[in-house]
Design a protein around this ligand. Structure first.
Ligand SMILES: Cc1cc2nc3c(=O)[nH]c(=O)nc-3n(C[C@H](O)[C@H](O)[C@H](O)COP(=O)(O)OP(=O)(O)OC[C@H]3O[C@@H](n4cnc5c(N)ncnc54)[C@H](O)[C@@H]3O)c2cc1C
Length: 802
């Protein structure tokens, strides 16, 4: 062991060894991995080793696909067998909704280029897996590249390949302490102290403690998980092929062949957390006692699905722990305020996702950014609120229990809620507000007209459709009031504020008393934000964006900080409401004697609104005359009452974000995580229209210019009209031209004013002309879709500028 390395990876499980391999392979040779015990001594040794393609997040599914491709390569590079059994895999649907979802998921897979799947009937499924009862099965999805690996062999293959690329592995050496020093970290280990530029927390079951060594409270917890391995099954012995890796979603089980028996894994509805503060240091190759009472229901379902289990005994029980983040996705990336500290933990399915995690993290460390959009596993998708132990317990438990339970796009889950509420929450609830959650904050979805209204979970249009239609109508005809506490607000001040903003934003900055849409770019020209910058004219500036990106944006701001600038996140202290619709100015005129009528589109300033000294911006996401009115949290209740009282004679209706999402679609206004992501360039998305090309020195300028002057993007965003009747596109549906995949939906919904099902989509540039017809799969069904001119509602923008 040396005393200096460029990187110290802590943890020799499948994730740590994959990170090490990717770092060494990508070119950083001076890297080591430190393991407390021997390689595999955490969750990795006792995993079931299953690999399957399905994941609800297409970006994570793509990283899983990468891992599956990588497995034979590490075997070849290392010379270490990984015991790969590519048996193929089946995912079963046991209810009509699940079958519909699976057909839809199959199309999503096609969108992201995973084309080795096909839908199968229940009968075919039974033929592919002859030890299975097909009772209650409505259909399934077959994937060629699913199966299982030998877990110990796989970890050693990553490790062996890493060593061949020059990396070092030190076993039997626990990391005891971490100290942040100038330009890096001091890593105190049992065998001595190391100085390093970067540390990677890949400590799996011990990730919590290795976080705390650096003062970081990670939103992660271990939970217990059972599988059994059966004795030899005569019916399997008689087969001349291996049965496929089979996931029975309604049965809460997964199954694979294990020699001539089967391994049956159980997702336990009655979940059990284990050592929430991290595993004991002496824990290693032990397991927990099996608890068959706790999993009795799922076991019964498993034994019914595989009746052969009733004929043989159980050879082995495994009840081991592995870690979960609140949403079940990994926690990867740099930690704000801790330069050189990287996370690669909370990986629930390390054999399936470890390759993608290692690749992304290595790219991030070496090149500054990962190649793919990995927001879904970025640690910055959580914030301080997620450090709370009860929050972690409720959300990880909910995820685990529901791992195989179908979640509908319009379903609101209860764990960890309500946590953060804007002050008018109770009043709004009394007015019928139905809530969703964004980054721990309750945000209004719509206002139900009756007290006991319940939205029925569905993949199609829900029973809230008509309510949202009425809210949209109120905005277009009169005025809608929306609680906009669920936007982020950053206050930028100091002598260097303007120069700093000018560097990180690709647009020109607004003049005093003005606001401006501002793309923020990474050095490679891809998007880092679709923000709005306000110049309040008194030396303070605001940046407004998506509430759930607060930590993610703050990390970017801090990483690109300059002298004499203070950036303060004021999102919880400053809240507000927006008014949208032709009567919105009349509402404000009743409440202020300030020159509100003189405030031009994209203007901003301070006004007395009733009793409140408010900051007001004239903006509209709905495409109407609109105002955003900001106040302190303490004034939120008063502001709402004041606006409602003034609006009563002007047709005001309180609305939620569901209406906003429909209205913005009618204007072809993109939103983050749909039309705008860190995977796209400004040119692809149309955000380039706000780039100040003649401005020098902003982040991403050279790349953006090269992209502008190149051959143009391969795909661009367009608006589509979809011939759909009972369901709308939502995102990642494939778009076909003559059976060729030519794009995918970025977001969709119903345009209540224009009376059309609409979608925005990324489409091959050479086909992206108005009037061009395509086929798009909506909830698995083919529909005709046509490119229409942008902004089907009020294309000239006259309402907005009125
Ligand atoms: C019963 C069961 C079945 C599973 N089945 C599957 C499956 O089919 N497919 C799948 O993909 N996944 C499966 N998993 C999950 C899989 O096991 C984990 O996702 C994976 O092992 C996580 O790997 P890791 O490297 O993050 O963590 P770990 O394997 O826990 O490795 C962490 C390592 O860090 C070391 N370490 C910790 N602290 C320190 C320190 N201070 N100093 C030095 N070293 C330290 C530990 O000794 C350990 O070796 C299963 C898990 C269980 C429990």
């Amino acid at each position: 062991m040396k005393t200096n390395y460029r990187v110290v990876v802590i943890g020799g499980g499948v994730v740590g060894t994959s990170v090490l391999y990717h770092l060494a392979k990508t070119g950083w040779k001076d890297v080591c991995l430190i393991e407390r015990n021997i390689l595999t001594a955490g969750s990795s040794w006792h995993a079931a080793g299953g690999i399957h393609a399905l994941n609800a997040d297409p970006n994570i599914a793509a990283l899983q696909a990468y891992t599956i491709d990588l497995l034979p390569e590490i075997e070849r590079e290392s010379g270490q067998s990984i015991g790969l059994h590519m048996t193929g895999g089946l995912t079963l649907a046991g209810t009509p909704d699940r079958w519909e979802w699976l057909q839809s998921a199959y199309r999503t897979f096609q969108s992201i280029g995973i084309d080795d799947c096909r839908l199968v009937t229940a009968k075919e499924a039974g033929e592919l897996c002859p030890i299975m009862s097909t009772d209650g099965i409505l259909g399934g999805m077959w994937a060629d590249r699913e199966g299982y690996v030998d877990t110990t062999g796989t970890v050693h293959a990553y490790a062996g390949a890493a060593k061949k690329h020059g990396a070092e592995i030190i076993e039997h050496n626990r990391v005891l302490e971490l100290h942040q020093i100038k330009d890096g970290w001091e890593v105190v280990t049992e065998k001595g102290t190391i100085r390093t530029e970067h540390v990677v927390n890949a400590a799996g079951l011990w990730a919590k403690q290795v976080g705390r060594m650096a003062g970081i409270e990670l939103p992660v917890s271990p939970l217990n998980h059972h599988y059994l391995i059966s004795d030899t099954i005569p019916k399997l012995e008689a087969l001349d092929f291996e049965v496929p890796m089979t996931v029975d979603l309604e049965g809460f089980t997964y199954m694979r062949q294990d020699q001539k028996g089967i391994l049956l894994g159980i997702y336990e509805v009655n979940h059990e957390h284990w050592m929430m503060d991290g595993a004991p240091w002496e824990y290693g190759f032990e397991l927990q006692q099996e608890d068959t009472d706790r999993i009795e229901r799922e076991l019964t379902l498993g034994f019914e699905r595989y009746p052969v289990l009733q004929e043989v005994g159980v050879k082995t029980w495994v009840n081991g722990a592995f870690t979960f983040a609140p949403d079940g996705n990994p926690l990867v990336g740099p930690v704000r305020g801790k330069p050189g500290y990287w996370c690669a933990c909370g990986v629930m399915a390390g054999f399936l996702q470890g390759g993608g995690v290692g690749k992304s993290l290595a790219e991030w460390m070496i090149h500054g950014e990962p190649e793919a959009d990995v927001y879904g596993m970025d640690i910055a998708r959580f914030g301080p609120f997620a450090e709370n132990k009860q929050f972690i317990k409720e959300t990880t438990g909910q995820f685990y229990t529901r791992r195989f339970v179908m979640t509908y796009p319009n379903e609101q889950l209860p764990a960890g809620r309500p946590l953060k509420m804007a002050p008018a929450y109770s009043d709004m609830t009394a007015a019928g507000c139905q809530w969703g959650a964004s980054w721990g904050l309750e945000v209004p979805l719509y206002f139900a007209p009756t007290e006991n209204f319940e939205e029925i979970p569905t993949l199609k249009r829900s029973n809230a459709f008509e309510i949202v239609a009425q809210e949209c109508k109120a905005v277009r005809d009169a005025v809608g009031l929306l609680d906009i506490s669920g936007f982020s607000r950053f206050e930028v001040s100091g002598a260097g504020a303007e120069a700093w903003l000018d560097t990180i934003m690709a647009s020109n900055l607004p003049k005093p008393g003005r606001a401006k849409l501002a793309p923020m770019l990474a050095p490679d020209g891809r998007l880092k934000g679709d923000l709005t910058v306000f110049n309040w004219g008194d030396g303070t500036w605001w940046i407004m964006g998506s509430y759930y990106l607060r930590e993610w944006h703050m990390r970017w701001f801090q990483d690109h900080m300059a002298e004499d600038v203070a950036v303060k996140d004021i999102s919880d202290a400053t809240v507000g409401f927006s008014l949208s619709g032709p009567n919105s100015r009349k509402v404000l005129e009743k409440l202020t004697d300030g020159p509100i009528g003189d405030l031009k589109f994209m203007g901003c300033g301070s006004f007395d609104i009733g009793l409140i000294r408010a900051k007001v911006g004239r903006l509209s996401v709905c495409g109407e005359l609109g105002y955003e009115i900001h106040c302190s949290a303490a004034e939120h209740i008063t502001l709402r009452k004041t606006l409602l009282a003034a609006g009563v004679e002007l047709g005001m209706r309180e609305i939620g974000f569901n209406a906003l999402l429909s209205l913005r679609l009618e204007k072809s206004f993109g939103i983050w995580n749909a039309e705008f992501t860190q995977g796209y360039t400004a040119g692809q998305t149309g955000m380039d229209r706000w780039i100040a090309w003649d401005k020098s020195g902003f982040v991403g300028r050279d790349a953006a210019i090269a992209q502008r002057d190149g051959n143009g993007p391969a795909q661009v965003i367009r608006t589509l009209e979809v011939e759909a009747d009972d369901a709308d596109a939502s995102g990642f549906e494939p778009i076909w031209k003559d059976d060729k995949l030519v794009g995918f939906v970025t977001s969709g919904g119903y345009g209540h004013t224009v009376g059309k099902s609409l979608a925005m989509a990324m489409i091959d540039s050479d086909l992206a002309t108005n009037g061009n017809d395509f086929t798009v799969h909506v909830v698995g069904q083919p529909r005709t879709a046509r490119i229409i001119a942008d902004s089907p509602y009020d294309p000239t923008g006259s309402a907005m500028r009125a």
